[in-house]
Design a protein around this ligand. Structure first.
Ligand code: MD6
Ligand code: FE
Length: 220
């Protein structure tokens, strides 16, 4: 028989619960990636040395305020012709940098902790925010397999995540995401509208004035 010493400790009223439900099939894992933060950010630097951050153009012709790059077998891109996943970085003409092992393992572990075992992402979109950068409400629906969840990792400055509903007009709730928080969602919430409110200025020990977000997807 085994028992865990920590089970006997009373809950600390000042410590928020580690897992916060967002909606059906969707959770925030508070601080899940915090200890990996500097290693993940170093790997982001290596990825962006191969495929630099860029401001994509939406099909409507607008320049996105978020700067993006990708790693893995597929990368999410947008241009005047639409949104797509592409195995080749259109800016370099080469495949996207490989997904670092630490990224793949974190995505697998976070998905499992949220109830989605065996998550095998083939794409990691990396978003970079500076003060004022925002991401308007959208659905992630360019992936062929909508049964797989999405795992989203927040690093650096905190942001307000807008969590809406299945209709664009549904009024979003506001959820603060801090360095190391991981959001996992799938199932009935997979097509929920979501976004990021304009980033507030700040100074983070690891990223200075930036927020970095990693979103892992299974696209094929
Ligand atoms: C961000 N995230 O947190 C933007 N999409 O910077 C997303 O758009 C997103 O966090 C799908 C699933 C999780 C996400
Ligand atoms: Fe999204």
């Amino acid at each position: 028989m085994t028992f865990d010493l920590f089970d006997a400790l009373p809950a600390d009223p000042d410590t928020p619960p580690a897992t916060e439900p967002l909606g059906p099939g969707a959770v925030v894992l508070r601080g899940f990636a915090r200890d990996l933060g500097s290693a993940l950010l170093q790997a982001v630097g290596e990825v962006s040395a191969g495929s630099p951050f860029r401001h994509l153009i939406t099909p409507g012709g607008l320049r996105m305020s978020v700067a993006m790059t990708n790693c893995g077998e597929q990368g999410w891109v947008s241009d005047r012709t639409g949104y797509r996943y592409d195995p080749v970085d259109p800016d370099t003409g080469r495949p996207w940098p490989a997904m670092p092992g630490a990224f793949r393992q974190l995505a697998l572990d976070a998905a499992e902790a949220a109830g989605y075992p065996g998550f095998a992402p083939d794409a990691c979109l990396i978003n970079r925010y500076l003060p004022g950068t925002r991401l308007s409400l959208h659905q992630d629906r360019d992936e062929l397999d909508l049964r797989a969840p999405i795992v989203s990792v927040s690093l650096g400055l905190p942001a307000i995540f807008l969590w809406g509903g299945l209709r664009r007009a549904d009024r979003p709730s506001r959820v603060r995401l801090a360095h190391g928080d991981v959001v996992v969602w799938g199932g009935p919430s997979r097509l929920v509208f979501h976004g990021i409110a304009p980033l507030a200025a700040g100074d983070h020990a690891l990223t200075g004035s930036e927020r970095i977000n990693l979103t892992f997807r299974k696209t094929h």
